[in-house]
Design a protein around this ligand. Structure first.
Ligand SMILES: CSCC[C@H](NC=O)C(=O)O
Ligand SMILES: [Zn+2]
Ligand SMILES: [Zn+2]
Length: 410
C-alpha cells in the first residue's frame, strides 16, 4: 500500500460513504442507505420521494424539474443492493471502501458495489452537482434519479412492483438510463437489450430402496436425461458463440444471439445407501431475446415430459426486451456525447438481467451504460474496484450526457 494518499475530492468521499453502507443481500441495510440518499438530495437541493413496495424496501426518487415538465422525463436508474462477498478472498475489507494505489500508479477504490452499481448512482448525483455549479439551473426536461432495492434478487419489491405503481407512471419517463458493465477495452459497453432469465427446476421421482439393489424406475436416470440434454444444448450454444458466426448464413453471432443453460444446483437424497424417491436439478437459463420464447418453452416442456420429470419455474421472463437503436434520437444523443468526449461504444445484449426488463415492455426505451472502460469486469467477483480517475471520468461523462438528453427535443 502507498505510504501516503493525496486528498481526494468530496465526490470521491461521497462514493466511499455510499460504499460503506452494507446494502448487501440477503439482509441489506436499506434504512441507512435511504437516509444517506435523502441527505444527498437535500445537499443538492433536489426534492425527493421515498416509495415502498414492501415495508423496509425503499425506492428513492430525486427530481430535478425541467423547464417544460410536461415533456417526457429522463430516468437515471441504479440499484442500491449489492451481492454477497467471500471475504476471505478479498485483499481489503469489502465494505471499508479503502483506496489503494496499484502498480500503475492508479488509485483503486476497492469495495463491493463499486462497479455494480453504486458508481452509477453517485456519478448521476455528482454530475448534477457539477451542472448546477456550472450555473445550469434547469434543463428542458425533468430528470428523475431513481434508486431501487433488490435488483440482485429479482426486484419483486423493487422495479418489478414499482412499474405497476401510479407514482412510476407519473414520472412519465421518455428514456431510462440504467446499468451497463465494465469493459476491459477502451470503449463503453452499451446494453440495448438483455437475455430472459428462466430459472427452471426439474424434479424426478421414482422408486426407493436399498442402495445395493437394482431397482426399476428410479429418479436418477430420468433426471440425468434432462441434465444431459441441457448440458449438450449449452455446449452447442457455446460453440456457436465461440465460432462467432453462423455456419449456414455467415451472419455474425454475439452474446445476445445464444442461449445458456447452466446447471447451478442439485438436490435430493438423505443417506448414501438409500435410493432417493426424488431428485432435483436447478438450471439458470438465459434465453436470447432473438429466440422464439414460445417455441423454446415448448422444447423444454417436451424434454421434461419425455423424461418423466416435472418442470417448474421460479421465474420465466417472457416479455420483449430490446430497445431499437436505429432511428433512436436518445442513442444518437449518446453517440454525440461519446464523440465529443473521445469515447466509442460497444453495443451489446446484456447477458444478465437488469431492472430495464420491467421498463422496456412499457414502451420506454432503456439504455444500459456505465462509463467504465479499460477495467476488468468484476461485478459479483472478489476485489471489485474502480479507479478514482475512472469514477471522475464517469461523472464528466454524465455531466455531458444528462445535459444532452435533458435538453433534447424529439
Ligand atoms: C434474474 S433476477 C437476478 C438479476 C441478476 N442481475 C444481475 O446480476 C442476474 O442474475 O442477472
Ligand atoms: Zn447490477
Ligand atoms: Zn449484479
Amino acid at each position: 500500500m502507498a505510504a501516503s494518499l493525496p486528498e481526494f475530492p468530496t465526490s470521491v468521499k461521497n462514493f466511499q460513504r455510499y460504499l460503506q453502507i452494507k446494502t448487501v443481500q440477503p439482509t441489506p441495510d436499506y434504512a441507512t442507505c435511504a437516509q444517506f440518499l435523502r441527505d444527498m438530495a437535500d445537499e443538492l437541493g433536489l426534492p425527493h420521494q421515498v416509495y415502498e413496495m414492501a415495508p423496509g424496501k425503499p425506492i428513492v426518487v430525486m427530481t430535478w424539474e425541467g423547464k417544460d415538465p410536461t415533456l417526457p422525463s429522463i430516468g437515471l436508474n441504479s440499484h442500491t443492493d449489492v451481492v454477497p462477498v467471500y471475504e476471505e478472498f478479498w485483499s481489503e475489507d469489502p465494505f471499508a471502501a479503502n483506496i489503494v494505489q496499484d502498480d500503475a500508479g492508479e488509485h483503486r477504490i476497492i469495495a463491493r458495489g463499486t462497479q455494480d452499481t453504486k458508481i452509477l448512482g453517485m456519478c448521476y448525483l455528482e454530475a448534477i452537482r457539477t451542472l448546477r455549479n456550472r450555473g445550469v439551473k434547469q434543463l428542458l426536461r425533468t430528470i428523475h434519479v431513481i434508486f431501487v432495492p433488490d435488483e440482485e434478487i429479482g426486484a419483486d419489491h423493487g422495479m418489478m412492483a414499482f412499474v405497476q405503481h401510479d407514482a412510476f407512471k407519473k414520472l412519465n419517463l421518455g428514456l431510462m438510463l440504467d446499468e451497463g458493465a465494465a469493459n476491459p477495452d477502451n470503449s463503453y459497453k452499451v446494453f440495448y437489450g438483455e437475455k430472459a432469465p428462466w430459472w427452471a427446476r426439474f424434479t424426478a421421482e421414482g422408486n426407493t430402496g436399498h442402495g445395493s439393489k437394482f431397482i426399476p424406475n428410479t429418479a436418477a436416470p430420468k433426471l440425468m436425461k434432462v441434465v444431459s440434454a441441457l448440458i449438450t444444448f449449452h455446449t452447442q450454444e457455446e460453440k456457436r458463440f465461440l465460432a462467432g458466426k453462423d455456419e449456414a448464413t455467415g451472419k455474425p453471432i454475439g452474446y445476445g444471439d445464444v442461449t445458456s443453460a447452466n446447471l447451478t444446483m442439485l438436490s435430493g437424497g438423505k443417506q448414501q445407501n438409500v435410493v432417493p424417491p426424488s431428485l432435483e436439478a436447478y438450471f439458470d437459463i438465459r434465453v436470447s431475446p432473438f429466440v422464439d420464447y414460445k417455441h423454446f418453452d415448448a422444447w423444454l416442456a417436451d424434454l421434461a415430459h419425455n423424461s418423466d420429470v416435472t418442470l417448474e419455474y421460479k421465474q420465466q421472463y417472457m416479455e420483449p426486451n430490446v430497445t431499437r437503436l436505429d432511428n433512436n434520437p436518445w442513442w444518437a444523443a449518446m453517440q454525440r456525447v461519446g464523440e465529443a468526449l473521445g469515447t466509442s461504444y460497444n453495443t451489446q445484449i446484456c447477458p444478465g438481467a437488469t431492472d430495464s426488463r420491467w421498463v422496456r415492455p412499457l414502451g420506454i426505451p432503456c439504455l444500459g451504460v456505465s462509463p467504465m472502460r479499460n477495467l476488468p469486469l468484476l461485478a459479483h467477483d472478489n476485489n471489485e474496484y474502480v479507479t478514482v480517475n475512472g469514477y471522475l471520468e464517469g461523472i464528466r461523462y454524465y455531466e455531458y450526457l444528462i445535459e444532452e438528453v435533458g435538453n433534447l427535443l424529439v
